[in-house]
Design a binder for this molecule. Structure first.
Ligand code: ADP
Ligand code: MG
Length: 703
């Protein structure tokens, strides 16, 4: 057994009670878990501040040290509300140390007039400086302690855990572990690799990450541990990629036939260069003999649908069926309508299947599908139900892939004995590092150009108080024959308050637009599908001037005459979502506008998001910024929780170069030794296994 798998409770100073707490609060059960519970920040314990130099700006919530003499103490309140305060001072100022709990234990530890070192997080109240529950030690004792001479790690903890252990307690446990286990840490990385990639040994890295001797050594330790994490992930991704390309022979779409030629000659517009390139990529994949797994990313309005359609037609020309899955009913119906119109007259059989398809129609469609009488099937999640059986499914398109869970996609896969080619499309650009990590086994085509003639959307940010101005602007636009979206946030379908917002908003609009010639309609997830559809139809046909909606219209809806997108409570939307919503306008040749309405009170982050929206229309830039603002874990939103990567130390927003290096290293290693069978590589299986469970569903087969 690996000594690092030993139960944490056997470390002296831990015991049963604390072990339970560690497991419950931060998931630490073994010695190894604790070693891999890295500090998230470090404080420089050589630095002792003068009290007088501290202010809110230069401390901003971080831990710091001061030293001061005790000038007095006091008690406030009674019982559970009791508060104990120690007053201290240095030559430059004074501060209060405050305890709400454990007062009995702390009150006798101080001597009037004696000097102490105080370590904690300062807070300022009416310019009074105070520390709540700081760590305090007599100055002589503090300065003689070894770990107080350099950088000290700060560990993430919980309230219960920090009450029971504190930073010092945590530090002691780590210290004991390092003292007893350091020489039992074996490195799975062979020496030649450490040399090639400039990595310190695992032992050195783990020791240093907890007890850095100097900033340089800390950097090296962090580099090693980040590398391991990303390399472990890449070993899995690249292995899957390799397995995929050898495991399945892909269907061969060698023929460019009648359907393709007919369609191409009828296209109402020339394809953009980027669209042509994407089609070239797909054509190359579909004659390669391997199954295609391609991600097509392109900003909203860049024309992905036609690329998908051409690919599906190619499949049909080669005797296969194709299907396209969209995340919402509205979008599936819209795709169906668009595609039917585009292929009119060339003899393709296109059908649609969604959750609301009537029983009789469903039965007929399913029978036709199984008999091979349908060429292209468009639909929602309904497509993945077991009863949906194809005669010969050759090509699958998944639109707005981030909306689908991994398992949902995995199901489409099993519709055939042989895997169809798969094209996943997203208008939510994924920053490169994230793509390499999340979708490292996909090939990527990027549509980085919009069809010609589009005017960039003008985006402005108004506070609530500018609403009258907004209404004036809306009237002007409607007078010019334009249509307007007004979107209210809807974070969860069940949030009643959001509907209240929307309903109230709807009423306000109806009330504030009393002129009978303005027609307002509404669309949200709580409505019956028929009502939703009717409402969309009214807006699409121009019968309604204003559509009040929740973010159900976020993806894909295409109504060129709608040129104004008003987003209410814009601060509540994420950047990707805002960009998607904005993408609903700017689809025709007239100037389009996006108006972001927000509260006056904004967090720093919300403000940054709204500013970014006003500054750029470029989805890729926004995606990069989103990654910086939110950190990687969150970027793809909750829908993708199965794929969110739980990284302990690497940061996809910052560690670009390490991501790339780790990928190269994984490819090089697997090329040389695909099964990690060489003795010097065998220990690396351990690392690979650790990150294998990141994706429990094998989505290699789907993506
Ligand atoms: P998205 O990439 O957001 O899915 P769509 O496929 O919905 O974009 O395309 C947006 C609009 O642009 C559609 O109305 C489509 O007909 C049109 N379009 C697509 N390609 C071109 C092109 N090459 N030239 C002109 N218009 C195009
Ligand atoms: Mg689309």
């Amino acid at each position: 057994m690996n000594p690092l798998d030993n139960d944490i409770k056997f470390i002296s100073g831990v015991g049963e009670v604390r072990a339970k707490l560690l497991a419950k609060e931060i998931g630490v059960r073994t010695v190894g878990d604790m070693l891999y519970h890295f500090p998230f920040r470090y404080v420089d314990r050589t630095k002792i501040y003068n009290i007088g130099e501290l202010n809110e700006a230069n401390t901003s919530g971080g831990y710091i040290q001061i030293r001061g003499r005790v000038t007095g103490k006091n008690y406030f309140g009674e019982g559970r509300n009791q508060r104990f305060v120690i007053y201290i001072a240095d030559q430059t100022g004074k501060a209060e140390l405050i305890w709400f709990r454990g007062i009995k234990w702390i009150e006798n530890k101080f001597e009037l007039g004696r000097e102490y070192l105080v370590f904690g997080r300062p807070s300022f109240y009416r310019s009074e400086l105070s520390f709540v529950h700081p760590e305090v030690e007599p100055i002589e004792a503090a300065l003689s302690r070894k770990e107080n001479c350099g950088l000290q790690g700060i560990y993430s903890t919980t309230e219960r855990l920090s009450t029971a252990l504190g930073t010092k307690g945590m530090y002691n446990i780590i210290g004991k572990i390092l003292d007893n286990y350091a020489d039992r840490i074996t490195d799975y990385m062979p020496q030649y690799m450490r040399q090639r990639y400039g990595l310190v040994t695992l032992r050195e890295a783990l020791e240093t990450i907890h007890r850095p001797t100097n900033p340089m050594a800390l950097k090296q330790a962090q580099f090693r541990l980040k590398f391991d994490e990303l390399f472990g992930l890449q070993l899995n991704i690249q292995a899957r990629r390799a397995a995929r390309t050898t495991a399945h022979a892909g269907f061969h779409f060698g023929r460019v036939g009648k359907f393709f030629n007919d369609f191409y000659s009828r296209l109402p517009f020339p394809l953009t260069g980027a669209q042509k390139q994407a089609i070239k990529d797909i054509r190359a994949d579909t004659v390669s003999g391997c199954q295609m797994n391609r991600l097509l990313q392109g900003d909203v309005g860049s024309g992905k649908t036609v690329v998908a359609l051409i690919s599906m037609i190619l499949a049909v020309d080669n005797g296969f069926q194709a299907c396209m899955m969209a995340p919402t009913e509205i979008l599936a119906r819209q795709h169906y309508a668009t595609i039917v119109k585009m292929v009119d007259g060339i003899g393709l059989r296109v059908a649609v299947l969604t959750g609301t398809t009537k029983t009789k129609e469903r039965r007929e469609t399913l029978a036709a599908l199984a008999a091979g009488e349908i060429d292209i099937l468009i639909g929602t999640h309904a497509l993945i139900e077991d009863r949906v059986q194809f005669a010969s499914l050759g090509f699958v398109v998944i639109d707005e892939q981030h909306r689908f869970g991994v398992e949902q996609r995995a199901k489409l896969w099993t519709k055939n004995d042989n895997p169809p080619h798969i094209l996943v499309m997203t208008a939510t650009p994924i920053p490169r590092t994230l793509a390499m990590t999340l979708y490292g086994d996909l090939d990527v085509s990027t549509i980085n150009e919009l069809p010609p003639g589009r005017k960039p959307i003008k985006t402005v940010h108004y506070y609530e108080s500018a609403r009258l101005r907004l209404f004036g602007f809306m009237r002007e636009q409607i007078a010019q024959g334009r249509q307007i979206y007004i979107v209210y946030p809807l974070i969860k379908e069940s949030e009643k308050a959001d509907y209240a917002n929307l309903e109230q908003g709807f009423e306000t609009i109806v009330r504030d637009f009393p002129l009978p010639q303005y027609r307002v309609t509404a669309c949200h997830g709580k409505m019956k599908p028929e009502d939703k559809e009717e409402s969309m139809r009214q807006f699409k046909s121009g019968e309604a001037d204003i559509l009040v909606a929740t973010s159900v219209i976020e993806v894909g809806v295409d109504i060129p005459n709608a040129t104004v997108m008003v987003i209410e409570s814009a601060e509540r939307f994420g950047l990707a979502q805002l960009h998607q919503l904005r993408g609903r306008v700017g689809r025709g040749s007239s100037q389009s506008y996006c108006v972001l309405i927000s509260d006056e009170k904004l967090s720093k982050e919300s403000r940054a998001r709204l500013e970014a929206m006003c500054q750029t229309n470029n989805g890729f830039q926004l995606a990069e910024l989103d990654l910086q603002l939110r950190g990687a874990g969150d970027v793809n939103g909750t829908q993708q929780s199965g794929e969110i990567i739980d990284l302990k130390i690497a940061n996809l927003a910052e560690d670009n170069q390490i991501v790339q290096l780790a990928q190269q290293a994984a490819v090089a290693l697997l090329t040389a030794d695909p099964t990690l069978s060489e003795p010097q590589h065998q220990p690396l299986r351990q690392l690979k296994a650790r990150y294998a469970k990141q994706e429990e569903v094998d989505f290699s087969v789907v993506l």
